[in-house]
Design a protein around this ligand. Sequence first.
Ligand code: SF4
Length: 183
Amino acid sequence: MTREKELLALHESIRNCTLCPLHKTRTQAVPGEGPVHARIMFIGEAPGVQEDATGRPFVGRSGELLTEMIESIGLTRERVFITSVLKSRPPNNRTPTQSEIEACRPYIDRQIELIDPRIVVLLGGVAISSIVGPWKVSDSHGDYFEAKGRIFFMTYHPAAALRFPKAKALMKSDFEVLRSLLV
Ligand code: SF4
């Protein structure tokens, strides 16, 4: 099976997934979108209300800001893969529980494996702590490390940047560091 077909099959499994209680309250799961050969992958926390309604990642106000930031470093949404740690929306956008994160974890692991990006951008504390380690975004943003031939880059979640002007300014400067890694 080609990588593309495997990714499509994985996304179909995600859409039908009932592994954690979030399947009962979601409208639909949101697997993520972007090219299977993307060099950069952005990982957020979980779908919000608009993502849950449309089935697409980062389409609300956070998505607009993320798109703006992506374009500010010379990329386009069409060239990157965008997804989140959790594929189903937690009710009222509450923080995901550890057991939900663990139930959903194989999907993000497999997406990273199949897409095989050079750079994985972790947006916010939940993405950072779920994928790489128990670091606070306030301590680790703008920082990165290499593992298994990839760069893991940490920054704020756009939703935090929308709430706090300081986080937005820090996220912008983090993206300048990210730009320097694109060469
Ligand atoms: S959040 Fe993940 S594990 Fe839970 S139902 Fe959705 S896809 Fe399945």
